[in-house]
Design a protein around this ligand. Structure first.
Ligand code: C2O
Ligand code: CU
Length: 470
């Protein structure tokens, strides 16, 4: 049973049994959502998140489903959606990981005005890169994403790899009241913002608390894992399957990497796996996650029904590279240091907020707990300005006692190790306490781009900054 309480929440004491009791009759995966029309409507709907026997949860969602519809297009095509705001609050949509025109990036207050209730906004952008991406609200995202405003965005390679099935698995957690099945809180708990973030007590995939897949022995699946949770870092293991990582954050790896150990998926990160089902009929198979009580729990269960191909296949080959995957030459680039400070247990001396230098206590009174490079809000000036195509190098220095999932909009980057070795391309990198992670990229995409923590409670209370590319 994959029910957990947030590890840092003294205020919550949800009964594990209350949820687990209802876990018997699990639903099968619903068929892949058909691509919607040309609109995407953000509105209120009711869905069955909690196990049967509990009430439905009133959520905010796209097109009435949670998660929103899987949006899917060919590499090189355009994505056009008219956002219709049927909510009672302003909203906007961010297309996470897409190398997008800045005006379409969806960040209310930086790249567009928030879309008011009853209004619409036309998103229209090219899809230069194949891969697994996602979309989510970017106006008060701490609350809006937690209420359900997210979905998968899949860009297909011109010649997709040879697999029997392609499954999108959007991982999430929800913080529900076990008595009612409604959201537990009002999304403003300062304890969660100043600690590890807002952790749910019910984990699920594709909006289902007990997601099941059907497969046959020796079938080859492409699993597209997306972490859409507000703060939870998923630690995952394959069961009854052997597989390879073939892409991270949408970007193909140069060589498929066999999965031999745990897969760590921080908020907003994605991993594409190609897996072969090794379990025989009746044997357990699927995806396990490391739960807060130090046990491995099923997150996706696969029911193995018979045998597909008579024997397993050769290892998969690499996905075709996307354009602009070259390793940037940053030897001459100046390293700009972005210090991450604040939070419970350590705090910080002061930070800049609303044009003033404020001490930590004053910031806390204003609901702010964190700073990036001394800056608590967006401020007047970006953290860094780059000329078009300039090589950029930023050191993310975690001076807090919590991990942070740092996300750059508009461009992917590579990490540079102390020995100078470059990592795979990513748009979100996990920076552990006391860790210093250097990232490098060519500043090829003009505009104003956020650089923020994707633990959304952190982003809402100080961990949001930005860069500008001329
Ligand atoms: Cu996925 Cu600024 O966000
Ligand atoms: Cu953070």
């Amino acid at each position: 049973c994959s029910v957990q309480t947030g590890s840092n929440d003294m205020t919550l004491s949800l009964s594990r049994r209350a949820f687990c009791a209802g876990l018997a009759g699990a639903a099968f995966a619903r068929p892949a959502a058909a691509q919607g029309g040309e609109t995407l409507t953000a509105g209120v709907s009711s869905v069955q998140l909690a196990p049967p026997g509990y009430g439905q949860t009133e959520v905010w969602s796209y097109d009435g489903t949670l998660p929103g519809p899987v949006l899917r297009a060919r590499q090189g095509a355009r994505m056009t959606r008219r956002l219709v705001n049927a909510l009672e609050v302003p909203t906007s949509v961010h297309w996470h990981g897409i190398r997008i025109d800045n005006a379409m990036d969806g960040v209310a207050g930086l790249t567009q005005a928030p879309v008011l209730p009853g209004d619409t906004f036309d998103y229209d952008f090219a899809l230069p890169d194949a891969g697994t991406y996602w979309y989510h609200a970017h106006t008060n995202s701490m609350e809006q994403v937690a209420r359900g405003l997210s979905g998968a965005l899949i860009v297909d390679e011109p010649a997709p790899p040879d697999v029997d099935r392609d499954e999108v698995l959007l991982l999430d957690d929800w913080l529900l009241d076990p008595e009612t099945g409604l959201f537990f809180d009002d999304f403003s708990n300062p304890m969660m913002r100043s600690h590890a973030g807002r952790m749910g007590n019910l984990l699920g995939v594709n909006g289902q608390y007990a997601m099941r897949l059907r497969a046959q022995q020796n079938e080859r699946l492409r699993l597209r894992l997306i972490n859409a949770a507000n703060a939870r870092i998923f630690v995952l293991r394959l069961q009854g399957m052997a597989g390879w990582q073939v892409a991270l954050d949408g970007m193909p790896l140069a060589e498929p990497e066999p999965v031999t150990t745990e897969i760590v998926l921080a908020p907003a990160q994605r991993v594409d796996l190609i897996v072969d089902v090794t379990a025989t009929e009746g044997e357990p198979a699927g995806l396990l996650h490391y739960a807060d009580d130090d046990s491995w729990q099923a997150l996706v269960e696969t029911e193995v029904t018979g045998r597909g191909a008579s024997r397993s296949r050769e290892a998969p080959t690499a996905l075709p590279p996307n354009p602009m995957m070259e390793v940037p030459d940053v030897t001459a680039a100046e390293t700009r240091e972005m210090r991450m400070e604040g939070g419970a247990m350590r705090g910080m001396a002061s930070g800049r907020f609303e044009g003033e230098q404020l001490g930590f206590r004053e910031l806390v009174q204003r609901g702010q707990f964190w700073a990036l490079a001394g800056q608590v809000d967006l401020g007047e000036a970006p953290f860094a300005r780059y000329d078009r195509d300039e090589p950029a190098r930023i050191a993310l220095v975690n001076d807090t006692v919590f991990p942070h999932a740092m996300h750059l909009h508009g461009m992917h980057f590579r990490t540079i190790g102390a020995d100078g070795a470059t990592g795979p391309m990513r748009d979100t990198v996990l920076v552990m306490p006391e860790e210093r992670v250097e990232i490098a990229f060519r500043a090829h995409n003009p505009g104003k781009w956020l650089l923020h923590c994707h633990m959304l409670g952190h982003a809402a209370s100080g961990m949001t900054n930005w860069i500008e590319v001329a």
